[in-house]
Design a protein around this ligand. Structure first.
Ligand code: FMN
Length: 164
């Protein structure tokens, strides 16, 4: 369902990490420790079905992720999952939106070239006739101080998760 990352697109020195994705299984990714700054004045928008499979991606999403639109549509949103993100953050996201509530949080995303970008995400359930039919995520430029806090917090959460 989701191919390993293609090393041919990776920008520079990378470490190899094996992720184990929910519903997807193992995926080999290449991680480059270089941030791509969130562009000013842009909104990154995507929509998914109930399972988190991407059904729509706007131009900013395509540009920042580095993937072509055809590669994103039909792929699970975990195509952007960065190994530095704690599992608990995504559990909180899914628990919240499946209750029909809005989730907000900071996310470190992995690009096709192995570099990363931070976003402030707002994920909204799309409700039709009282039923959740999918989800929309809108990302904005993150606050730098909050990013610094999240770097420390997520590292601590990940250390705790690896001790489970
Ligand atoms: C609308 C929507 C947007 C999402 N956006 C992202 C995202 O930008 N980056 C990301 O890593 N996960 C995102 N997720 C969460 C993924 O579906 C997934 O839970 C996460 O990547 C962790 O992978 P896992 O659940 O397979 O462990 C999003 C989910 C939804 C419903």
């Amino acid at each position: 369902m989701l191919k390993d990352m293609d090393q041919a697109f990776v920008a520079g020195q990378a470490r190899e990490v094996m992720l184990n994705l929910y519903r997807v299984g193992p995926r080999k990714v290449f991680v480059v420790d270089e941030e791509v700054p969130y562009p000013d004045g842009r909104l990154i928008v995507s929509r998914t079905d109930l399972n988190g499979v991407i059904t729509h991606a706007n131009r900013s999403f395509v540009e920042m992720s580095g993937y072509r639109e055809e590669e994103l549509i039909g792929a699970p949103h975990s195509i952007l999952r960065h190994p530095d993100m704690p599992k608990a953050a995504f559990k909180d996201l899914w628990d919240t939106i499946q209750r029909g509530e809005i989730w907000q949080g900071y996310v470190k995303n992995l690009r096709k070239d192995g570099r990363y970008y931070w976003v402030k995400a707002t994920v909204i359930p799309n409700v039709r006739s009282g039923r959740i039919v999918g989800y929309t995520s809108v990302r904005r430029k993150p606050d730098r101080r909050k990013v610094e806090e999240c770097i420390a917090l997520y590292a601590k959460m990940r250390a705790e998760e690896s001790n489970l």
